[in-house]
Design a protein around this ligand. Structure first.
Ligand code: KG4
Ligand code: ZN
Length: 351
C-alpha cells in the first residue's frame, strides 16, 4: 500500500510517499523557520502564507522522487490515480492556518483522484517514525516517549495499534524547555540544536568551569515531567554571570542538556520497568539529541535493562516530516470520507 502523506501543522511543509508504513519512497521538507527569525518566534500568519507557497511544489516533488517521470508531462491527478492508494494528512494539533493548507490540499487531491483519506494526529505520528526502515517490527509490550516542542508524553503499547497514554508533562514540554532556555542564553532559533552544539563545545574545552541546575521531578513517585521550573532556575543562575561569556554560555548549555536528558531517561526507564517493556521508542524533535540517545544506550547496558531494546528514528525523522504521517496512517488506518475531515488545532491525544 502506497500512501501520499502531507504534514503542515507548524512551520514545515512536508510531503512524502510511504510504502506499507515502513518504506519511505520519498520525503520532502520545506521550512519557513528562518523567515520568522526577526519576530523572535513563529508568526502564524506568515507560516500559513509560506505553507501556501510550498504545498504544491512539495507534493509534486515527493511524487516525482517516488515515481520518476519527466516534469513536462507530469500530471498530479494522473500520478496519484495510478500510483497512490490513499492520502494521509495531519489534521492536528497545530496552527489553524498552517493545518488548513495541508488538509484542504489533501481533501482536494482525494476528491479529484478518487482516493480514500486518512487523518493523522501529529503526536501519534512521531511514534510511528520509529518503524520506518525496520525489516521486522520490534517486540511488544513497549514504552513510547514522544518528546517534541509541544509534547512530552509517555505511552504504553501492547502492539503497534494498541497504545495507552500513561503520563506527560504537567507544564512545559522538553523541547519548549530547550527553546526557552536557549533564548535566555541568546540563541535566536532552533534552541535544541544550538544548546547541543554549545554543550559539545563545553565538553571539548574541558575548562573545569561548571554550573549546577535542578533535575525537576527526578525522584518523585509519578511518571510525570515538569520543565517550567528549569527555565526559572536557569534565569536565576544566569543573572549571577553578567559577563555572559562564551565559556559561560557553553557551560549553561551543557548543564541544561544534562538536566533535561537525565529526567527523560530516568522517567522512561521507570515506565519501562512498571509495564515490563521489551522495547523503548524515543521520538519527536528532542530525540534528535545525541546526548539523549547515548544516555538511553548506556542505561540499557545495565543488567536490569539488558532485555530491552531502544529505537530512535533517523534524526531527520525526529523533527517534523511527512514520512511519520504516512507510517502512522498505514498502521492506524483510520480511513474517513474527505467531506468530514477538518483541521483541528487543539486535537488532543486520548488520556
Ligand atoms: O517534533 P518537532 O520538530 O516539532 C514539534 O512537534 O514540536 O520538535 C521540535 C523541538 C524543538 O523544541 C527543538 O528545539 C527540539 O525539538 N530539538 C532538539 C534538537 N533538535 C530539535 N532538542 C534537543 N536537541 C536537538 N538536537
Ligand atoms: Zn512534531
Amino acid at each position: 500500500m502506497k500512501i501520499l502523506a502531507i504534514e503542515t501543522s507548524f512551520d514545515e511543509t512536508a510531503a512524502a510517499v510511504v510504502e506499507n508504513g515502513t518504506n519511505a519512497l520519498s520525503s520532502i521538507v520545506s521550512s519557513s523557520v528562518l523567515l520568522h527569525k526577526q519576530f523572535g518566534g513563529v508568526l502564524p500568519e506568515l507560516a500559513a502564507r509560506k505553507q501556501l507557497d510550498f504545498i504544491l511544489p512539495a507534493i509534486t516533488e515527493a511524487l516525482i522522487h517516488a515515481f520518476p517521470q519527466p516534469m513536462d508531462t507530469f500530471s498530479l491527478k494522473e500520478c496519484i490515480e495510478t500510483n497512490i492508494d490513499a492520502i494521509a494528512v495531519t489534521d492536528g494539533p497545530g496552527l489553524i492556518g498552517s493545518l488548513l493548507i495541508g488538509v484542504e490540499a489533501a481533501k482536494t487531491l482525494a476528491y479529484i483522484a478518487h482516493k480514500p483519506i486518512i487523518p493523522v494526529n501529529h503526536v501519534y505520528a512521531h511514534i510511528f517514525a520509529n518503524f520506518v526502515s525496520l525489516e521486522t517490527l520490534p517486540s511488544f509490550p513497549a514504552i513510547a516517549l514522544v518528546v517534541s516542542g509541544g509534547h512530552t508524553e509517555l505511552f504504553s503499547m501492547e502492539s503497534p495499534t494498541n497504545m495507552t497514554w500513561i503520563a506527560g508533562t504537567i507544564d512545559d514540554a522538553a523541547g519548549e524547555a530547550f527553546d526557552k532556555t536557549a533564548r535566555l542564553l541568546g540563541f535566536e532559533n532552533k534552541g535544541g540544536v544550538a544548546i547541543e552544539a554549545a554543550a559539545n563545545q563545553y565538553i571539548q574545552a574541558n575548562s573545569g568551569f561548571s554550573i549546577s541546575l535542578p533535575r525537576p521531578l527526578l525522584h518523585d513517585d509519578t511518571l510525570n515531567f515538569s520543565f517550567s521550573g528549569l527555565k526559572t532556575a536557569v534565569l536565576k543562575e544566569w543573572k549571577k554571570y553578567p559577563e555572559h561569556s562564551h565559556q559561560e554560555i557553553s557551560a549553561f548549555s551543557y548543564e541544561i542538556q544534562e538536566s533535561i536528558t537525565d529526567v527523560l531517561v530516568k522517567k522512561t526507564l521507570k515506565a519501562a520497568e512498571k509495564y515490563s517493556a521489551l522495547s523503548l521508542f524515543v521520538s519527536g524533535g528532542v530525540a534528535a539529541n545525541q546526548r539523549l540517545r547515548d544516555k538511553f544506550l548506556t542505561s540499557l547496558q545495565h543488567i536490569n535493562y539488558s532485555h530491552m531494546q531502544v529505537f530512535f528514528p533517523s534524526k531527520n525523522l525526529c523533527t517534523d516530516n511527512a514520512v511519520s504521517i504516512g507510517a502512522a496512517a498505514f498502521f492506524l488506518n483510520n480511513v474517513q470520507d474527505w467531506r468530514v475531515i477538518t483541521a483541528i488545532p487543539n486535537l488532543t491525544i486520548e488520556k
